[in-house]
Design a protein around this ligand. Structure first.
Ligand code: 3AM
Length: 194
C-alpha cells in the first residue's frame, strides 16, 4: 500500500482554504477539502510487514502539541512548469521537530531516508498547464492569505489510493501529541478539562 504521514486540518481551516482554491488559468482541478493536509513524510509503496514496523515506530514518538497557522500562497516550479500551488505554513520550530522525529522513526523502521529539505505546505492544485504570468497574478492576488492559528494535537498515517479524478486518502491511525506539563498544571488549577 501507498502510505504517507500528515497533519489533518481542522474543518474551519479547510473552509478558509476554499477561498484560494480557484481563479488560476490552467488549473481546473483543485484538491477537494477532505484531502487538504500537511504532509510530514511520503513513504511510498510499503508492504504489510514494513507498515507494521512504521506504525510501531510512529506510536513511539513523544512530541508536544503546538499551534500552527497557514500563511501566504506559493508554488513549486520546474523551469517554466508549475508543479504545484500551495498554501504556506508559518514558521514553527515544533513542526520541524515533529518532522525530524517522524523521519527518524521511519528510518528506524527500515525505510530509506528522505534526505530532502522539509518545506511544510498544503497543496491546493497541480495545474496541467498554468502559464507563469497567470501564476504570478494568482499569487499576488492571494499574498495576504492567512488563517487563524489552530492547535495540532495529533499526526496521522494515511493510505493513498488512486480514485477516479482524485486520490482517496484513508486515515489508518492517528498518534497523539503530548500536552506540555505546564499546560496540564494551569488547566488543573483552573479546573478545565483538556
Ligand atoms: O499533497 P502534498 O504535496 O503534501 O505530493 C504528494 C502528497 O503531498 C506526495 O505525498 C503526498 C500524499 O500523496 N507524494 C506523492 N508521490 C510522491 C513521491 N514520489 C510524493 N512525495 C515525494 N515523492
Amino acid at each position: 500500500m501507498r502510505l504517507f504521514v500528515a497533519l489533518a486540518l481542522p474543518d474551519q481551516i479547510r473552509w478558509q482554504l476554499r477561498l484560494v482554491c480557484g481563479g488560476l488559468a490552467g488549473a481546473s482541478r483543485w484538491v477537494p477539502p477532505e484531502n487538504l493536509h500537511i504532509t510530514l513524510r511520503f513513504l511510498g509503496e510499503v508492504d504489510g510487514r514494513d507498515a507494521h514496523y512504521v506504525d510501531a515506530a510512529l506510536a513511539g514518538i513523544r512530541a508536544p502539541r503546538f499551534s500552527l497557522r497557514l500563511k501566504g500562497v506559493d508554488a513549486f516550479t520546474s523551469g517554466q512548469r508549475v508543479k504545484a500551488v500551495y498554501a504556506g505554513v508559518e514558521k514553527q520550530p515544533a513542526l520541524q521537530h515533529l518532522h525530524d522525529k517522524v523521519e527518524s522513526a521511519v528510518v528506524r523502521a527500515g525505510l530509506p531516508p528522505d534526505g530532502q529539505k522539509y518545506t511544510p505546505h498544503v497543496t491546493l492544485t497541480r495545474p496541467k498547464d498554468a502559464p507563469l504570468k497567470k501564476l504570478q497574478h494568482y499569487l499576488a492576488e492571494h499574498s495576504l492569505f492567512k488563517t487563524e492559528p489552530f492547535e495540532v494535537t495529533h499526526f496521522t498515517l494515511y493510505s493513498s489510493e488512486m480514485g477516479g479524478e482524485q486520490s482517496v486518502y484513508t486515515a489508518l491511525r492517528s498518534y497523539a501529541l503530548s500536552v506540555p506539563a505546564g499546560v496540564i498544571e494551569a488547566a488543573a488549577e483552573r479546573g478545565d478539562a483538556l
